[in-house]
Ligand binder design. Structure first.
Ligand SMILES: [Zn+2]
Ligand SMILES: [Zn+2]
Length: 480
């Protein structure tokens, strides 16, 4: 099977052919650190994390970089509002980013470059662009000359003439002093305003524009051309268009082979965003509480390029689906001993793997992969119920062991993991030992014909989610 990827640049699904065989250099635009991340960010980083995990599963060595934009008007405004520094704001929200995103089982990137750590590289690239006449200095600012880059607009499919027509008569708020030669020229370097952090530069004290940081960081950390550049669909224009214009003009080589973009999280038909105020932060959602794995499930059950509607019902559905998958994932921990599972076995079901990969290889269609796992989990749950209620399974134990190990392995590829200790040994505060003790006491009460006491114990267990099943062989129990 060939892994194919939808490339925004060509608007086609193409076989993944990396620059170096077996290796993927991947860069995704990170967050501007001035506030807590919301579900839109969660979706993005869960998607890139899962794509990265899947590529690793398919045998690629993935080098993944994600930046932090730690200098920006939004950060400066927030610092001003709170009477503190830009550094303090970005430090606080970088910490918050890690707290939130790690709860969602998103793996750490290989590197997290920051804009403020790359000022020399940013200067180098701006100098190269000026030398090639792709950029010009104007009153302490430096602008990129979009008209000089003949393929400007190739990623977003916009043409400069159309954009100009659409923008005619509109006042450019960024350019009140008329420094730009063309309305779509964008800032590579901005002259310092009083009281703002600033760095020395050949063009005077100032700070970098937003787009140049990604170009400079990719150049210095990953080289000239990378395999995959990812980001939210809302970054295609202008951010990624401008990254291409900068890097390709400076280096004369493609910036990325594949441009990938995730769809937006929608609330009542509108994109979830800070500016619209219709957002739910990751921590708000998780503290409801919603299981972080249910959030992952919610994200992965939709195709990554499609819009994803955020509603309470959608979250509830994801929670219930995750519960089913979790039961499947815990099957071996709950019943493995009884069934004589050998936990060290690594005997996976090829047929299931094939179906899982068929979807994954098709432009990371994880909703299809997830459906394969969901069916498998349902089957294991059914077998688990049979075992608890009737003391037998329909499928032979060796086959169940194989299915279970396959499920755990493939769910792990999607970053979906069930916590064993917490869930199986200590749900609701009652341990297996305590349950067995209560069942023992109930047996004694029944022998002594104290049925009121026996019923009381049954009710007490039921209240903690433990169902008892009496049979001739004795009393079995399961968590409901
Ligand atoms: Zn970027
Ligand atoms: Zn039952």
């Amino acid at each position: 099977m060939t892994l194919t990827v939808y490339n925004t640049l060509t608007r086609r699904q193409e076989p993944l052919e990396t620059i170096e065989p077996g290796k993927v250099k991947m860069y995704c635009c990170g967050v501007t650190v001035y506030d807590y991340c919301h579900l839109g960010h969660a979706r993005s980083y869960i998607v890139w994390d899962t794509i990265r995990r899947y590529l690793q599963w398919r045998g690629y060595q993935v080098y993944y970089i994600q930046n932090f934009t730690d200098i920006d008007d939004k950060i400066l405004n927030r610092a001003r509002e709170q009477g503190t520094t830009m550094e303090a704001i970005s430090h606080r929200f970088i910490d918050a980013y890690f707290e939130d995103i790690r709860r969602l089982n998103v793996m750490d990137a290989d590197e997290y470059p920051r804009a403020t750590e790359h000022i020399p590289e940013i200067h180098e690239m701006i100098k190269a662009l000026i030398a090639k006449d792709y950029a010009y200095a104007a009153g302490g600012d430096v602008y990129y000359r979009v008209e000089r880059f003949s393929t400007y607009g190739k990623l977003s499919g916009r043409e400069l003439e159309q954009m100009q027509a659409g923008a005619s008569g509109r006042v450019d708020a960024e350019d009140q002093e008329g420094k730009k030669q063309h309305p779509f020229d964008f800032a590579l370097w901005k002259a310092a305003k009083p009281g703002e952090p600033a760095w020395d530069s050949p063009w005077g004290k100032g700070r970098p524009g937003w787009h140049i940081e990604c170009s400079a960081m990719i150049r210095s950390r990953l080289g000239e051309t990378i395999d995959i550049h990812g980001g939210g669909g809302d970054l295609i224009f202008p951010h990624h268009e401008n990254e291409i214009a900068q890097s390709e003009a400076a280096i004369n080589k493609p910036l990325a082979r594949y441009w990938m973009h995730n769809g937006m999280v929608m609330v009542d038909g509108k994109k979830m965003s800070k500016s619209l105020g219709n957002f739910t932060t990751i921590r708000e959602l998780l503290d409801r509480p919603v299981d972080p794995m249910a959030v992952r499930y919610f994200v992965l059950q939709a195709h990554y390029r499609k819009p994803l509607d955020f509603t309470d019902e959608a979250i509830a559905t994801a929670e219930s689906s995750w519960k089913t998958l979790k039961e499947g994932l815990l099957f071996g921990y709950e019943h493995g001993e009884k069934l004589g599972f050998d936990n060290n076995g690594n005997n996976l079901d090829k047929e299931i793997i094939n179906r899982f990969e068929e979807s994954g290889d098709d432009d990371f269609n994880f909703s299809g992969s997830l459906a394969v796992l969901f069916e498998l989990a349902k089957e294991l749950r059914r077998e688990g119920n049979l075992l608890v209620h009737e003391g037998r399974t329909e499928i032979p134990p060796e086959e169940l062991a194989k299915q279970w190990q396959t499920l755990v392995t493939l769910a792990g590829v999607l970053g979906l993991e069930a916590k064993v200790t917490e869930e199986t040994n200590n749900t609701g505060g009652i341990t297996e030992v305590e349950i067995e003790e209560l069942i023992q006491k109930r047996q004694e009460a029944r022998k002594a014909k104290n049925f009121a006491e026996a019923d009381r114990i049954r009710d007490e267990l039921q209240a903690q989610g433990i169902t008892l099943i009496d049979s001739r062989e004795g009393t079995r129990w399961h968590r409901s």
